[in-house]
Design a protein around this ligand. Structure first.
Ligand SMILES: [Zn+2]
Length: 455
């Protein structure tokens, strides 16, 4: 069932958000007003919001009340007094991050993040609403508005069998179509292409690598989308290499935009039609820090530390994401007031191979492993077809007898029962010299079909 776009925009979406207790519509209106501000005005609004947020957090979040120990927080300038935190800090002091003044609903979420350390954290409807509002604000830069139809090449809920009927129904009512992006094949790509027409999709949204592979298929099969049918293809979760971008523009007949965000942080940046990767300057505060925790100079690479200004229930200040980025020294020609990142590095997810040679997105395995009790961190390494090594940093709940077989069964579900799984317990998973904390590594360069085709 597909409803007219205008109905979705005027009635279904606002009602849906009210039912879920999310002030998305009002936040979105405010964010779109901020887009019209001059950069100086947005900067002062940002500083004011950050200052207010810090003052509240220092007062009501036990972790900060304790670590700041008597330091008075007056404004955004006092940010440096806050400790830099990471996933480990959250795991060790979980309950201490709960804001004592929050009376609203709390949602518990889990993420694999881009670093491969599973993390449980809490969020609230206001933060969730701000994330969705940030997405729609950025999409409006491409002429898209609530009600426009989204074709999602996504995966986790389908793969893990968690897509509830409520989510299916709300997706249908809102005009979203979710297709599983795992276990890609040519038959699937053909179905996706048909779905763009059947669904009347206005834009595509998915893992960058998946969109790129889909695009290459469309070009090879001469089934590219006519120019102008789609408004934009948004690639997320991974880096968007220039070569991938070029095939996507050709195959989808529309601009391509990168989205940068994470479940535990929020939407961080989104590309505009002029190619600037704009920070969501009115919703988050981003610091780029060196190894000593000091801000890097503009143009230098630093680690992204995030403060989400909308977090109510479980506020994280100066949260290290493990991603590296470079701030752009120049303003984007599009005229939006939000500062931009020149570059984002250190995010990648390798593809793995099933026992039958089919490609599987690395996240498919991450999604099913991160839910295991007793698995603090893990790394999956595939050196050859039909075999995979899983290194696990065990937590308190680890049990060789109970969790071990479950882990192997989950890998078999994703990579096929013919895959040999070698599990080893390790005390630590040091970052790799090249790619920081990669959690999926695949040494198989090309698919076996390609190899056999060449030989
Ligand atoms: Zn721009």
């Amino acid at each position: 069932m597909l409803l007219p776009r205008a109905w979705v925009r005027s009635s279904v979406f606002p009602f849906h958000e009210i039912l879920r207790g999310r002030p998305t519509v009002s936040i979105l209106e405010r964010l779109r007003e901020h887009d019209k501000l001059p950069p100086v005005a947005l900067d002062s609004l940002h500083a004011e919001r950050l200052g207010e947020h810090l003052k509240r957090v220092a007062r009501v979040v036990p972790f900060y009340a304790r670590t700041l120990a008597g330091t008075t927080i007056r404004s955004a300038a006092d940010l440096a007094a806050f400790p830099i935190i990471d996933k480990r800090t959250i795991r060790e002091h979980f309950a201490e991050f709960r804001a004592s003044d929050w009376r609203g609903r709390v949602l518990t979420l889990e993420t694999g993040g881009s670093s491969g350390e599973p993390l449980r954290f809490e969020t609230d409807p206001v933060r969730e609403a701000s994330q969705l509002a940030c997405k729609w604000r950025a999409r409006s830069w491409f002429g898209l508005h609530v009600g426009h139809r989204e074709l999602d090449l996504w995966g986790s809920p389908i793969e893990t069998g968690k897509l509830s009927w409520q989510r299916r129904l709300s997706g249908d009512l809102l005009g979203n179509r979710l297709l599983s992006a795992f276990a890609m094949s040519e038959e699937k790509f053909a179905v996706w292409r048909d779905e763009i027409d059947r669904h009347g999709s206005d834009f595509l949204y998915g893992y960058s690598s998946v969109l790129a592979r889909f695009a290459r298929y469309l070009i090879a099969e001469r089934r590219s989308v006519p120019t102008g049918r789609l408004r934009v293809a948004i690639g997320t979760a991974e880096m968007l290499p220039p070569a991938d971008r070029a095939v996507m523009v050709e195959a989808f007949g529309c601009p391509v935009a990168a989205e940068y965000g994470c479940r535990d942080g929020g939407l961080i940046a989104h590309e505009c039609p002029s190619g600037g990767l704009h920070l969501m300057h009115d919703a988050i505060h981003v610091e780029l820090l060196d190894a000593a925790g000091q801000p890097v100079k503009t143009g230098e690479e630093g680690e992204v530390c995030l403060t989400n200004l909308y977090s109510q229930a479980f506020p994280l200040i100066r949260y290290r994401l493990g991603d590296l980025a470079v701030r752009s020294p120049t303003a984007c020609p599009c005229g939006l007031p939000h500062p931009t990142l020149a570059r984002l590095t250190g995010r990648s997810t390798d593809t793995l191979f099933r026992d039958d040679g089919a490609r599987v997105h690395g996240l498919a395995l991450i999604y099913v492993l991160r839910e295991l009790p007793g698995v603090d961190r893990f790394r999956i390494h595939q050196k050859q077809l039909g075999r995979v090594e899983v290194s696990v940093v065990p937590g308190a709940a680890w049990s060789e007898e109970r969790v071990g077989p479950d882990l192997v069964a989950r890998v078999h579900r994703v990579l096929g029962a013919g895959t040999r799984v070698d599990v080893s317990l390790v005390s630590d998973l040091p970052p790799l010299p090249s790619g920081k904390h990669r959690y999926v590594i695949c040494d198989i360069g090309e698919s076996p079909e390609q190899k056999s085709a060449r030989s």
